[in-house]
Design a protein around this ligand. Structure first.
Ligand SMILES: C[S@@+](CC[C@H](N)C(=O)[O-])C[C@H]1O[C@@H](n2cnc3c(N)ncnc32)[C@H](O)[C@@H]1O
Length: 201
């Protein structure tokens, strides 16, 4: 289904350089101790994290509404001889299978708070007992600092909001993490919200 948001993301992916194919370092650190199982990457983009997990033995489903991003993801997976299930869908209407995943990722996916809450509700329902949800994204603290990322406060994360949107899970980590990023000729600090939570056994 065509939408302004989807066309906008297709355009952004077309303009984006290859550096966005590298795995997110926070994701790598947060998942390295987990036993590989079935993973769902919500808003998987060009597949950097889904492919990295699949290379480590995870059976991964990546979902995104950008056809262009998924084409790049497929190409990258083929080049690395890795199988991932790619699903083209709008996450606002997508319904993942219930109680099916050991890990659900929600990384740098900046939906308005109501839509995010609804999607995280579906993420919780998609978890197997003992499964993990990992949410990482641009924190509200970045607003007005020149850090890359969305400039609309309505889609930025706060620890309090994300934790409140994961009811019934055990919060294993909830932290703001700073990292340097280059913007033009300048180096700026970017603050990421990182929340890792686990479903009861
Ligand atoms: C900033 S990118 C992050 C991609 C990936 N999670 C990563 O960390 O590399 C956000 C992604 O979310 C996707 N996206 C945004 N809104 C979406 C929606 N409503 N349904 C499906 N995908 C969506 C975009 O197409 C884009 O690929």
């Amino acid at each position: 289904m065509p939408s302004v948001e989807r066309e906008d993301w297709d355009r952004r992916w077309r303009e984006r350089g290859l550096h966005f194919d590298e795995v997110n370092r926070l994701l790598a650190a947060e998942t390295e101790a987990l036993h590989p199982g079935r993973a769902l990457d919500l808003g998987c983009g060009a597949g950097r994290n889904a492919i990295w997990l699949a290379e480590r033995g995870w059976q991964v489903t990546g979902v995104d509404f950008s056809r262009f991003a998924l084409t790049r993801a497929r190409r990258l997976a083929r080049a690395r001889h890795i199988a991932v299930e790619w699903v083209e869908a709008d996450l606002r209407t997508y319904a993942p299978p219930l109680a099916s995943f050991d890990l659900v990722l929600h990384l740098y996916l900046h939906l308005p708070a109501g839509e995010r809450r609804s999607l995280l509700g579906k993420a919780i329902a998609a978890l197997r007992p003992g499964g993990t949800v990992l949410v990482i994204g641009h924190d509200l603290a970045n607003l007005g600092t020149g850090a890359p990322g969305p400039s609309d406060p309505a889609v930025l994360y706060t620890l309090e909001a994300i934790v409140a949107e994961l009811p019934g899970l055990e919060i294993e980590r909830a932290e703001c993490v700073s990292r340097p990023s280059v913007r033009g000729d300048d180096e700026v600090e970017v603050v990421d919200t990182v929340v890792r939570a686990r479903a009861p056994e």
